[in-house]
Design a protein around this ligand. Structure first.
Ligand code: PHE
Ligand code: ZN
Length: 861
């Protein structure tokens, strides 16, 4: 295949960063909106900033006219190619006017201006604005925007954009509106909505007395499901004032919900655009998890107003500067709303299951990558979740008070500017005496450090010495690793588990010893409390883990010790199974689960977390050659054996926590349901589907209903069929709930999952243009660690077929799914061959998108 036929495969390198030749001081946009042909006129006020020609990005734009300082330019005055419009000899101050035609209805990539349902919506991060108009589409070009829109009033009565509304009305059946955003912003934060929407309205008064009109815009009929999102928005606004002193800075804050959306939500200045999945929630149709996700994402996007919008990124290599920081902020917000320990547990569970896994594979990359082919491939758990851990480590190292001052310094210094991770680092260094130079390695070095340790007690000197060692395995492009600055929060416990000393150590060397003078020999050391660094701690004995699981005063580590203990014994059972021996239940695991059930009333949400056995994917990560069948059989056998051995205890818990009101979404009510559903899973494993069937019928809300259904779909038969049928009939017209119907089947462990997923792929309700639906089926299926890795290879083939189909319409979504095949090296040679063959089949496709090409080729390398 000739190179010119395919999208550019030249990497973009951080080292090549150059300041833009021109800044745009002001931009006036004029939209004549219609689904098939929208006319966009842009007037850019330009000011020279660095040497070079004026280069404007632009893709899939039909150029109608271009003029400079009022003078029309003939096509001999500019060069136009697939991606850009370049003009030489532009004066240092100039006004450029362009006019283009675009086709939103044909835009299936869902980036730029596109249609969804009967409305028009934009998504511009990271490089969608260039599909709206010619512009230096890079985050270090910050301009003030004024936006005019006109559209058919019957179809598009609501016209929204960023900032404050100057005017709106209807004349001769044409709706018009004009908006102005007083804050300079990069083009990726531009947004426009033209649709027939209704709003839930409210208001918030900031602490300095600014009254802000709040609006959540949704399709008619969905207003009643916006109350939770609105509450979350107001709580977030208040929280950012209380915790970080950050106030909202416009008179309007709008959120518009859209059904077809590539990501979760987008922080456009003053006009957040949300995937409906993160706005709409009521107890009838949304689970407790959905309620929490709505709360978290509303908070996340709102917090971006300061960490992302007011202070933005110089270039996309700095993406974690806004994303890692904003995830950290939403994590802190959520832990203030609910239980901090349970939130930490959930976050670390996710980090390990996704980021640790990526960091150990061919797609590993640093928190600040040095190079990319396609930036859309870098919205990863490394940028987001590991990035949040990096921010958290600053706080752990320098302390909460200093961190808060560091944040103030960061915002004050970089307000209305495009910053780098060095700017964040410098702000933190400026308020502490601790030398943070070495800390920058966390941004530059990929991979998860492994920590080992030794302990010794000197009876004569009454000193305890802890020796810590760190090592990070090589990752692609980084064969040698340097030691990192790692905060190690420790607790020294006596023989009965009481804490005798607690401190945060700073590990800087490859190997380093710390000595403590103590009144007595410690009974145990609790290391990396509250997960003080994103590392893998190795070499804790089972006796130590059992002790910590029972006694540690750090709740996170108590949970973690039980997880590690359970992993160790389950992996033993996997080995036993592989040599043909029967499963036997470890007494220590049984005792620990029994103790958890005994203590459940103290903190039901915590108990629910502690009852969940380590995920199959996590067990897989600890095997040299992954055996998905053995892992699955063993984990199921353990669940069943525990359910039988502790039957009375599980029954008791299931009965005892039945009282939460169905529409109560407070922490305690959610905790009670989570615990009850954890018990249900053991009871189903031990006693069959009767309980799940009863819960399915009696369920008073979606949390109970879906948990019941999840248990029922594992067993083929009439109970499963009638539940799935009833669920479908009830929810056929609610897209978000129907997504659950798809994913619950894709996650099922039933013998026929593969054929069912194949059938669902051509179900009438399958919609390739809708990312939520695709994720509900294919995303859920790739997360099914047993069925996806079916030794026939049929799961891999199904995935690759989807990737190839999706690549033609929505490469961003297509490419994401390729990562599931990236783990091939971890499997037996037969599965390796099958996975590689699918990657090769994907790469053989002519006209493969750059997105999919990058991930598939890196996955194979
Ligand atoms: N910036 C969005 C966030 O809040 C995510 C996003 C990225 C949305 C790209 C759309 C496209 O994390
Ligand atoms: Zn974000």
């Amino acid at each position: 295949m000739a190179d010119e036929q395919i999208p550019s495969r030249n990497p973009v390198n951080l080292a090549d960063y150059r300041a833009p030749a021109y800044q745009v001081e002001h931009v006036a946009l004029d939209f004549e909106l219609a689904p098939e042909a929208t006319i966009v006129k842009a007037r850019l006020q330009l000011r020279r900033n660095a040497p070079g020609p004026l280069k404007l990005d632009g893709r899939k734009l039909e150029l109608l006219s271009v003029s400079l300082n009022g003078e029309p330019l003939g096509d001999n005055r500019y060069t136009l190619d697939e991606d850009s419009l370049t003009i030489q000899d532009v004066p240092d101050q100039a006004v450029l006017e362009t006019s283009v035609r675009i086709n939103p209805a044909a835009n299936s990539e869902l980036s730029g201006l596109y249609t969804s349902g009967s409305g028009l919506f934009t998504q511009c991060e990271p490089e969608g604005f260039r599909k709206v108009t010619f512009f230096p589409d890079r985050p270090d070009v910050m301009a003030r925007y004024r936006v005019r829109m006109r559209a058919d009033a019957a179809k598009f009565p609501i016209l929204l954009s960023n900032g404050n509304k100057l005017s709106s009305g209807v004349e001769n059946g044409i709706a018009h509106a004009e908006w102005e955003d007083p804050h300079p912003k990069p083009s990726y934060l531009f947004a426009l909505v033209a649709a027939d929407l209704v709003s839930l309205k409210d208001e918030f008064t900031t602490r300095s007395g600014r009254k802000v009109d709040l609006g959540i815009w949704v399709e008619r009929g969905d207003e009643a499901r916006c109350a939770h999102a609105m509450g979350a928005l107001k709580r977030s606004m208040k929280w950012d004032e209380d915790i970080f002193g950050l106030e909202y800075d416009l008179d309007i804050f709008n959120i518009a919900a859209v059904s077809d959306f590539n990501a979760g939500a987008m922080e456009n200045k003053g006009l957040n655009i949300f995937n409906t999945a993160y706005v709409l929630a009521d107890a009838n149709s949304a689970t407790d998890m959905d309620f929490q996700n709505v709360e978290r994402v509303i908070a996340h996007e709102y917090f971006h107003n300061w960490t992302g919008d007011r202070v933005t990124c110089r270039d996309w290599f700095q993406l974690s500067l806004k994303e890692g920081l904003t995830v950290f902020r939403d994590q802190e917000y959520m832990s203030d709303q609910f239980s901090a320990a349970v939130k930490r547990i959930a976050d670390v569970r996710l980090l390990r299951a996704t980021q640790f896994r990526d960091d150990a594979g061919p797609l590993a990359h640093p928190v600040r990558p040095a190079s990319y082919l396609e930036i859309n491939n870098f919205y990863t758990t490394t940028i987001y979740e590991k990035g949040a851990e990096v921010v958290r480590m600053y706080r752990t190292i320098i302390g909460r008070e200093a961190f808060r001052r560091g944040m103030e310094a960061y915002i004050a210094k970089n307000d209305n500017a495009a910053a780098t991770v060095e700017d964040f680092w410098a702000a933190m260094q400026s308020i502490t005496d601790i030398d943070l130079k070495q800390f920058m390695l966390w941004y530059e070095q990929a991979g998860t450090p492994e920590i080992t340790f030794d302990e010794s007690w000197d009876d004569a000197a009454q000193t305890f010495t802890l020796t810590l060692r760190q090592r990070t395995a090589p990752t692609p492009g980084q064969p040698e690793k340097q030691p990192l600055l790692i905060p190690v929060a420790i607790g020294l416990l006596n023989q009965t588990g009481e804490e005798i000393h607690a401190e945060t150590l700073l590990l800087r060397e490859t190997e380093q010893s710390f000595t403590f003078k103590l009144p007595q020999k410690p009974g145990a050391v609790s290391l990396f409390r509250h997960f003080s660094a994103p590392v893998k701690l190795k070499g804790q004995s089972r006796a130590r883990l059992a002790f910590l699981a029972a006694h540690d005063s750090d709740l996170f580590n108590r949970w973690d010790a039980l997880q590690q203990y359970a992993s160790a014994v389950l992996l033993d059972s996997v080995a036993t199974h592989q040599i043909g021996q029967p499963f036997t239940l470890d007494e220590g695991l049984k005792d620990a689960i029994a103790a958890t059930l005994r203590d459940a009333t103290r903190d039901p949400a915590f108990a629910a977390e502690a009852l969940i056995l380590p995920m199959e994917s996590l067990l897989a990560d600890d095997m040299t050659v992954v055996d998905p069948d053995a892992i699955h059989l063993v984990r199921e056998a353990a669940r069943k054996a525990l359910g039988q051995a502790l039957s009375a205890e599980f029954h008791a818990v299931y009965e005892q926590f039945a009282n939460a009101a169905p529409d109560d979404v407070s922490g305690p009510a959610m905790g009670a349901r989570a615990l009850r559903n954890a018990a249900l899973s053991y009871l189903t494993a031990a006693e069959g589907p009767a309980f799940a069937a009863a819960q399915f019928t009696a369920a008073g809300n979606m949390t109970e209903k879906l948990a019941a259904l999840t248990n029922l779909v594992d067993e083929p038969g009439p109970a499963r069929e009638s539940a799935l049928h009833a669920f479908y009939t009830e929810w056929e017209h609610n897209r978000l709930v129907l997504d659950k119907w798809f994913s619950v089947q894709a996650r099922s462990n039933a013998s026929d999952t593969l054929t069912r997923v194949q059938a669902l792929a051509s179900h009438a309700a399958m919609d390739l243009r809708n990312p939520n639906r695709v994720r509900a089926l294919i995303g859920a299926f790739t997360a099914n660690p047993w069925k996806f890795h079916d030794k026939s290879g049929a799961g891999y083939k199904l995935l690759a077929d989807f990737v190839l189909r999706l690549d033609e319409t929505n490469p961003q979504i297509a490419a994401r799914f390729v990562t599931a095949l990236g783990l091939w090296r971890r499997f037996d040679t037969k599965r390796q061959g099958l996975m590689k063959a699918e990657l090769e089949r994907i790469l053989a496709r002519e006209q493969l998108s750059r997105n999919t090409y990058e991930l598939a080729s890196k996955a194979l390398a």
